[in-house]
Design a protein around this ligand. Structure first.
Ligand code: ARG
Ligand code: ZN
Length: 878
């Protein structure tokens, strides 16, 4: 059944305190819960309403009296106890089977240890409870278990007491001083070891920080610990927010549905976002760990101290916290150019994943109006577009204004469960600004288009910029009202310098001005414009929109060379490359055609490649062509084979044109000595490995030798993976041997074996048959989400030309895997189900085969509501 935002009703009872006792046993864990509740006068419901799923109810007592089946109603996951009492005490005992829990929601076992995941609705798989985020309570948790099997017993908050039970078991008592919603509950038990340190907080208080991992992984915890320390101090400095606990723990687990979870004081992480050393982790892994550690830590204020009233408000905490982690990562790099590279990376994610989502059958507003399964709404729209929406406040209000808004937000709402509207109100009120129209970013789905036209009047020395906005229809929203769009612009003179700007007669403006587009169409007049400028539009990607302007090739080359806004220098190159790629794709669709490209693009790219004034990391982003999925979104009808052919052709011709340059860059950007993941070193490696990947396009003996030599000499995983990828996508004679050696060298490192699967899944030569063969490899397991993602997802989402094979074999494979995964883990299955989202955008022959595969999944009798929601919405008439 669909749940609607408009149907929100307050809970009938508040929960004041929760005491829980766990007798940990993989096949029968007994959970005893005692809670005190108080009637909520705002509710007319005369019953306590509790959620519960897959629980064995042992007994239930109300104010000390056993309830019999006649005293309550249990149906469809809801336990309803009729009562009008003001204050009550409920005692509930349940039995659960963590070892049979393959959904990885609630309490489950991973490699013999216990872990929990409660967001969004996993707590109800532990006990009956009003499992909704607006019910916040204070928790005390007693853990009991076998001393040998589970020497470590962790839960939220502070450790109050621990001891021996005499019967081979021991116990630990934990108390969380802060009230919290049930989705932030966590426990961990098992054989784990930790790195710890005591850190002095801004106020002078001290906190104990721990990173817990399985034995043998302690040498991979330093980067996570450093990232945690940096996060703590960054939040103190940038937002005046201090850690509110005496103890803060991070625990790594190898079986995890998502990236990580911000449980109060006990963050639980996918190993992928904790474990790192130069032997196993790439530069990207190091950066991701820093970002995710930051993200979960920042949730302590944005999410935990101030939480969501209901799950429709998810972006209130996620969009804001992603924005915060993005800013943290940018500040950790420190340089302007580094910030630009980070911004480019974030915008790439938005364009590759969020824009397609916003244009497809699962499109939803940042604050959705309805859902079937909330797990399906942990999306790039809620997270990344949500972060862009938060960023726009900062663009509109300035950094200081944004900070004032944040301060007011905490002043008003600390300890409460609130709505996205409350955040906007705090931003408005703290700055005395009307942001009413800005609400549409929350309520309307779809990516707005901003069409720009300009005109220069040489006699009057005026320059007009006209902005016109529109937004395509999305499911349930045919017509859109105008958005409040900040469009940052600058004007370049003939020398490529920023012109001083004067708008509407006001002079002395800065070199970048934020135009506020609020109507369907608006014209902004700049005066005293001495010469016809080249406009630099949407600087730093000031709004999540598609900006259309009729730039000439010369304008784009000029912006690439001169724009003071680094993001737009990159953007100009992307526009130029996209133009060529779309033309090549069109040619590739004509049978018997030969592809060709002019030298203008390679000339511009050569200039950037060799521009010593630019950081290597930035040059790497300029030389990276738009992804196949980004090209696809710009086509009326997607032709994956033609896109692939076009992009490969362009890469090959760039490799030929710039061969000498790439060789020189390769030599000049070696990072000698001990590995360090800092921005300067990783930037050099990125540029060097970009050069390698272009040279590898030539697929000649020189390229093979270069890749093989790098592989053999590599002292870090970044260089190793880059050279292995070059070999795997080539005809190099040493290719099979390198893949085999990599496997045997890293057989004992699951995260590295994931890379091994994923690299092969995305290799050009890998077709469905090859993926099926890899699935038979002894190291493959569909039950481990990371492993399933590394092979199945990497192929379906990361190898478009093979996945979309004309015979439909990729789609049949997809349907098979969705159905198989659904029986094990609905959340992971529903993610994979998203791979055919955009089926209506393809040529009729492919569409028909995709529809058949979608229908096959939809016709499966026993399907989770997660997967069913995705395939039903995909198949629905648009
Ligand atoms: N709140 C977590 C984060 O963003 C994500 C948890 C998602 N869990 C889920 N079952 N969907 O850090
Ligand atoms: Zn989050």
């Amino acid at each position: 059944p669909t749940i609607y935002r408009k149907d929100y009703t307050p809970p009938s009872y508040w929960v004041r305190t929760v005491e829980m006792g766990f007798d940990l046993d993989p096949s029968a864990t007994r959970v005893a819960t005692r809670m005190t509740l108080a009637r909520n006068p705002a509710s007319s419901e005369q019953a306590v309403v509790l959620h519960g799923e897959e629980l064995e109810l042992v007994q239930i007592r109300l104010n000390g009296t056993n309830l019999s089946k006649r005293d309550y109603k249990l149906a469809d996951g809801i336990l309803r106890i009729p009562t009008k009492a003001e204050d009550i005490t409920l005692e509930i005992e349940t039995l659960i089977r963590p070892d049979k829990n393959t959904s990885l929601m609630g309490l489950y076992v991973s490699n013999g240890n216990f872990f929990t995941q409660c967001e969004a609705e996993g707590f109800r798989k532990i006990t009956y409870f009003p499992d909704r985020p607006d019910v916040m309570a204070q928790y005390t948790v007693m853990l009991r278990g076998d001393k040998k099997k589970y020497p470590v017993l962790l839960s939220n908050g502070n450790l109050i007491e621990q001891g021996d039970l005499g019967d081979g078991r021991h116990y630990a008592l934990w108390e969380d001083p802060f009230k919290k919603p049930s989705y932030l509950f966590a426990l961990v038990a098992g054989q784990l070891v930790c790195q710890e340190r005591t850190e002095r907080l801004k106020s002078g208080r001290k906190a104990l920080l721990q990173v817990w991992v399985e034995e043998g992984n302690l040498d991979k915890t330093q980067h996570a610990m450093d990232s945690l320390v940096n996060s703590i101090h960054w939040d103190e400095e940038r937002y005046g927010l201090e850690l509110d606990l005496d103890r803060f723990m991070i625990v790594a687990v190898g079986d995890f549905n998502m990236g990580a979870m911000e449980n109060k004081g006990l963050n639980i992480f996918n190993t992928k976002f904790v474990l790192a050393n130069p032997r196993i982790a790439t530069d990207t892994d190091y950066a991701n760990i820093e970002a995710v550690v930051g993200h979960e830590y920042f949730h302590n204020w944005t999410g935990n101290r101030v939480t969501c009233r209901d799950w429709f408000q998810l972006s209130l905490k996620e969009g804001l916290t992603v924005f915060r982690d993005q800013e943290f990562s940018a500040d950790m790099i420190g340089t302007d150019s580094g910030r630009a590279v980070k911004r480019i990376d974030d915008v790439r994610v938005l364009r590759q994943a969020q824009f397609p989502e916003d244009a497809g059958p699962m499109a939803h507003p940042v604050r959705p109006d309805s859902f079937v399964e909330i797990s399906n709404f942990y999306t790039v729209t809620i997270y990344e577009k949500g972060a862009e929406v938060v960023r726009m406040y900062q663009t509109l209000l300035g950094r200081d204004g944004f900070r004032k808004g944040m301060d007011l937000y905490f002043e008003r709402h600390d300890g409460r469960a609130v709505e996205c509207d409350d955040f906007r109100a705090a931003m408005m009120d703290a700055n005395g600004r009307d942001l009413t129209q800005f609400e549409r970013w929350y309520s309307q789905a779809g990516t707005p288009r901003v069409k720009v036209t300009t005109s220069y009047d040489a006699a009057q020395k005026t320059y007009d910029i006209t902005l016109a906005q529109s937004c395509p229809p999305t499911p349930g929203q045919a017509k859109k009202l105008p958005f409040h769009i900040p469009v940052a612009v600058g004007l370049l003179d003939g020398q490529g310098k920023d012109m001083p700007l004067s708008l509407n007669g006001h002079s002395g403006q800065p070199e970048t001005l934020v135009l506020e587009l609020t109507a369907t169409q608006q014209t902004f007049r700049f005066t005293n414009v001495a010469e016809k400028p080249v406009p630099s539009l949407l600087r730093n990607f000031s709004a999540p929109v598609v900006l259309e302007y009729d730039y000439s090739d010369e304008d784009l080359a000029f912006l690439m060379a001169h724009d003071s806004d680094a993001f737009n220098r990159w953007e100009a190159g992307q526009r130029l490359a996209t133009r060529r790629l779309l033309a090549l794709t069109e040619t590739a669709q004509q049978a018997g055609s030969t592809l060709s490209v002019d030298v203008a693009l390679s000339d511009s790219l050569r200039a950037s490649l060799n521009d010593q004034s630019l950081d290597p990391a930035f040059r790497e982003t300029v030389l990276t062509l738009p992804a196949e999925t980004v090209i696809a979104e710009q086509m009326e009808v997607i032709d994956p084979q033609a896109i692939h052919t076009a992009r490969r052709f362009l890469r090959l011709s760039l490799a030929q044109d710039l061969r000498k340059d790439f060789s020189a860059i390769y030599k000049a950007n070696q990072t000698d000595g001990a590995y360090s993941p800092d921005a300067a070193s990783s930037g050099k490696r990125a540029l060097k490995n970009l050069a390698l990947s272009y040279l590898a396009e030539l697929d000649d003996a020189d390229a093979h030798t270069l890749a093989q030599a790098q592989y053999d000499a590599a002292n870090n995983m970044t260089d190793r993976m880059a050279s292995l990828a070059a070999l795997a996508n080539s005809q190099a004679p040493g290719k099979a041997a390198a893949l085999a050696k990599f496997y045997s060298d890293f057989e004992l490192e699951p995260l590295v074996i994931d890379k091994w699967f994923s690299l092969q899944a995305m290799a050009r030569t890998t077709d469905v048959a090859a993926v099926r063969t890899l699935m038979k490899h002894p190291a493959f397991s569909i039950k481990n989400p990371n492993r399933a993602r590394s092979l199945i997802f990497s192929f379906c989402n990361g190898n478009p030309s093979r996945f979309h094979a004309a015979d439909g074999s990729g789609y049949a494979f997809w349907a098979e895997q969705v159905i198989a995964l659904d029986a094990i883990n609905p959340q992971v299955a529903a993610r994979l189900a998203r791979s055919l989202d955009r089926w209506r955008k393809y040529a009729p022959a492919l569409q028909a085969k995709m529809r058949t595969a979608l229908q096959q999944v939809a016709d499966t009798a026993k399907l989770s509501k997660d997967t069913r929601e995705v395939v039903t919405k995909s198949l629905a008439a648009n």
